[in-house]
Write a protein that binds this ligand. Sequence first.
Ligand code: ZN
Ligand code: MN
Length: 146
Amino acid sequence: MSGNSHRDGTVPENRLRHALEASGQRYTEQRAAVYRYLLDTGDHPSADAVFTSVRQVIPDISLATVYKALETLVSCGLASKLTYGDGSARYDGRTEPHPHARCLVCGRIRDLPGHLDTGAIAELGQVPGFSVEGYRLEVLGVCDSC
Ligand code: ZN
Ligand code: MN
């Protein structure tokens, strides 16, 4: 399993427990399983895809529980939610700003390996009365299965 230790060196379960408790939420096995799956997968799965995978570990989990677990992880700052105009949402276990590559045909999203430095953001210019706090960058193309 690749999800046993996280980038900051803490065990995901402890990280999850602390973040949930700090937000007044309870640690549950269902939430832990959803979080573990998000960290382990390189994909940016929809709630349906998370449900399909986590059900293999917890057979009696419901789609509603998976959906609520995902939203709880997002509200605790443990996951990010990527939304698109067609109403589909995908979830990402990485919360720091990082660029994505999205397939225009099938919608698959992958992480790009690099990152933009703050100089590149500054080159985009400024909007009066607006202070930049982060960025979202998506490179569009077609994946090799499409
Ligand atoms: Zn594709
Ligand atoms: Mn990502």
